[in-house]
Design a binder for this molecule. Structure first.
Ligand code: 5GP
Length: 373
């Protein structure tokens, strides 16, 4: 495991509220239990349960959203999530989250959260990170000051650095108007590291046509798009999503022959979330996972966690799992991690920095296979 942790990695599919530490979730649920907002004993086993169906996962998200309806909590979880990814040598993180508005909540302290104030709380969380230097895009318009994964603080001491960019998610429960509001907010927040839009939420709810106007508008305005695609069988929607040519898609679990050939000819990169797919049983077992076919046919793919908290995983764990399940060595896995640089939504300045970080890691890693350097 140490080796997978020490390898630099790029994480492009991580939902903020799905990546909350279990310990934090339990602590926050306990506090709300004391206030009487929720019944702690009812939710404790839901939080601690590991094998959840897709339906149960969305029930858990509803609970998480009750627990995190507070700006300070949103800031805290953002800070912790970034720290956790940085601690396992994720050098570039695209963190996605659904901007939320909440009406006055009578029984807890959340008063008047808007989509904008929610996102400001997220950005505050990025600023609050202290264990690692966070670059979230402010230097994109100028020359990068430092291109290593380690930054010099100016006083001789050095600390790790992580690049973080944000994707705003549209929830499939939302209306066209609400989706458009999210896109407008993303455009306003581009100077704060927002680079794109994600479509997610319960895949059995909502219609593609509802979100299309907002997604088209986002793309016209220069935002990148990633779509949760094919988590449940829905050939018509999958075809429509592939025809839209998003920058990436997530999951691609329930594809039929026609959809595979359309995907492969489109070369749309696929965000693969192994543990998530297995836990939610969208894929029955690892030996039939489409990772193998896509990898062997050289289709662009990348490994991601999806919800590291909800599925008790980490990106290092996903690399370890892929390596042992599909018989891939360290050299191949390093190459897979490095290839993900080509699929990030940040600009070329960041890409060049990441290329240098991986080149430097290839020179420095112990017991490194020669073919990688
Ligand atoms: P948030 O956007 O609140 O930061 O993160 C949690 C939300 O992300 C969930 O409520 C859900 O809308 C979305 N999400 C997280 N994991 C998944 C997943 O595996 N599939 C889909 N479709 N949506 C997800």
């Amino acid at each position: 495991m140490d080796w997978w942790v020490s390898m630099p990695k790029v994480e492009l599919h991580a939902h903020l509220n799905g990546s909350i530490r279990n310990s934090t979730l339990l602590e926050l649920a306990g506090e709300l239990g004391e206030k009487g907002t929720i019944n702690f004993s009812d939710v404790e086993h839901v939080i601690l349960k590991h094998d959840r169906s897709l339906r149960e996962v969305f029930k858990l998200f509803d609970l998480i959203h009750i627990i995190t309806t507070d700006h300070k909590i949103v800031t805290r979880i953002t800070e912790e999530v970034v720290e956790d990814f940085a601690a396992e040598n994720v050098v570039y993180l695209e963190l996605r989250t659904t901007p939320k508005c909440a009406l006055v909540h009578k029984r807890n302290d959340s008063i008047g959260m808007s989509k904008q104030s929610y996102m400001e709380a997220v950005v505050e969380g990025l600023r609050a990170v202290s264990t690692v230097e966070v670059d979230f895009g402010s230097h994109d318009l100028s020359t990068p000051a430092d291109s290593s994964a380690i930054s010099d603080k100016g006083n001789g001491s050095q600390r790790k650095k992580i690049h973080v960019r944000l994707l705003l998610s549209i929830d499939r429960r939302e209306t066209t108007t609400a989706a458009m509001e999210t896109v407008e907010l993303a455009l306003e927040m581009r100077h704060l590291g927002v680079v794109g839009i994600d479509l997610s939420g319960n895949p059995t709810i909502g219609e593609w046509a509802t979100f299309l106007p907002a997604l088209k508008f986002a793309r016209e305005q220069g935002l990148s798009i990633t779509l949760h695609c094919g988590e449940v069988p829905n050939p018509e929607e999958i075809q429509a999503m592939l025809s839209f040519l998003p920058g990436r898609i997530g999951h691609a679990c329930c594809f039929e022959e026609d959809e595979w050939s359309k995907l492969k000819s489109s070369k749309i990169p696929v965000e693969i979330c192994l543990t998530s797919n297995l836990r939610t049983e969208t894929i029955p077992s690892i030996d039939v996972h489409h990772f193998a076919d896509l990898y062997n046919s050289k289709h662009p793919i990348l490994l991601c966690t999806d919800d590291s908290g909800v599925f008790s995983t980490s990106l290092s764990n996903e690399y370890s799992l892929a390596s042992s399940s599909f018989g891939l060595g360290k050299a191949e896995m390093f190459q897979l991690a490095r290839d993900a640089i080509g699929f990030i939504f940040a600009n070329d300045v960041v890409k060049e920095e990441l290329v240098k970080i991986f080149a430097s890691a290839a020179r420095n890693l112990d017991s490194w296979p020669q073919s990688c350097t």
